[in-house]
Design a protein around this ligand. Structure first.
Ligand code: SAM
Length: 220
C-alpha cells in the first residue's frame, strides 16, 4: 500500500507550502536585525506580528518524522497544539488518512486557520482534520481521549500546561512530540516533567537541522 504522503494532491500541496514557507523565512532573514529585539520564542503569540503572519513551520524531515511516528503506532486520535498554516497538520492528516484517524489542530489566528483549512482541502485531507480557532487551552480542552499522539508546536511556555490538560487522556503507548525543545529550559517545566525523574514518560531528544525535538513515550 502506498503512503498518502505520495498522493499527488498531498505531495503538490506540501511542495508548494514548503516553498512558500522557505521564501517567507528568507525574506525575513534579509530584514535588518534589531539587536534589541526580544528572541522570537519570547513573543506573545496573541499580539506579535511574527505569530500572526509567518509560517514558522517544520521542515520536510520533521514532517516525515511526524508521519512515521503516527503510522508506527497506528495513531487514530492525533492532537496538534499550534497549527499555523497547517504544514505539520498536512503530515499528520496524511498519517490519519492511512490509519483511519483524525487530527484536532489548534490555531489562535483565524486568518492562519482558514489558510490551513484551505491547504487541507487542496491536499484532499479535509475529512482527516478539524482546525479549532482560538486559544488551544480552551479549544483543545474538549478533545476526547484516548489520544494516541500529541504534537506540541505552539507557545513554548504553554507546552507543560497543554500536556497537563490532556495528560489523563493519553493512552499507554502514546507519543508526545515537542518541537523546538532547545528553546525550553532544561531542568524545569515541560522537559523536567517528561524527563528522567518521571515514572510516566521515556523521553529522548532528537537533533534536526533547525534544532532539537523531544519525543516522549507514554508508559501509563
Ligand atoms: C511554530 S508555529 C506552528 C507551525 C506549524 N506546526 C507547522 O509546522 O506548520 C506556532 C503557531 O502556534 C500558534 N499558537 C501559539 N500559541 C497558541 C495557543 N495558545 N493557542 C492557539 N494557537 C497558538 C501561533 O499563532 C503560531 O501560528
Amino acid at each position: 500500500m502506498k503512503s498518502t504522503l505520495s498522493r499527488q494532491d498531498v505531495a503538490e500541496t506540501l511542495k508548494r507550502e514548503h516553498a512558500a514557507a522557505r521564501a517567507m523565512r528568507e525574506a525575513r532573514m534579509q530584514q535588518p536585525r534589531d539587536e534589541n529585539a526580544p528572541p522570537p520564542q519570547t513573543l506573545d503569540f496573541r499580539t506579535s506580528e511574527l505569530h500572526r503572519t509567518q509560517y514558522l513551520s517544520i521542515g520536510p524531515r520533521m514532517g516525515r518524522f511526524l508521519y512515521n511516528s503516527a503510522r508506527a503506532i497506528g495513531a487514530r486520535t492525533i492532537v496538534e497544539f499550534g497549527t499555523s498554516f497547517g504544514i505539520s497538520t498536512l503530515y499528520l492528516a496524511a498519517a490519519a488518512a492511512d490509519t483511519g484517524g483524525r487530527v484536532s489542530g489548534s490555531e489562535f489566528h483565524p486568518s492562519k486557520a482558514e489558510k490551513a483549512r484551505a491547504n487541507l482541502a487542496d491536499a484532499g485531507l479535509s475529512a482527516q482534520a478539524d482546525i479549532r480557532i482560538g486559544d488551544a487551552m480552551e479549544t483543545l480542552s474538549t478533545v476526547e481521549g484516548p489520544i494516541d499522539l500529541l504534537f506540541l508546536d505552539g507557545a513554548k511556555d504553554l507546552y507543560l500546561e497543554v500536556l497537563k490538560m490532556l495528560e489523563d487522556r493519553l493512552r499507554p503507548g502514546a507519543l508526545v512530540i515537542a518541537d523546538n525543545a532547545d528553546h525550553l529550559p532544561e531542568n524545569e517545566g515541560f522537559l523536567h516533567h517528561v524527563g528522567d525523574d518521571s515514572d510516566r514518560y521515556v523521553t529522548t531528544l532528537i537533533g534536526f537541522h533547525k534544532g532539537l525535538v523531544s519525543q516522549s513515550l507514554v508508559l501509563s
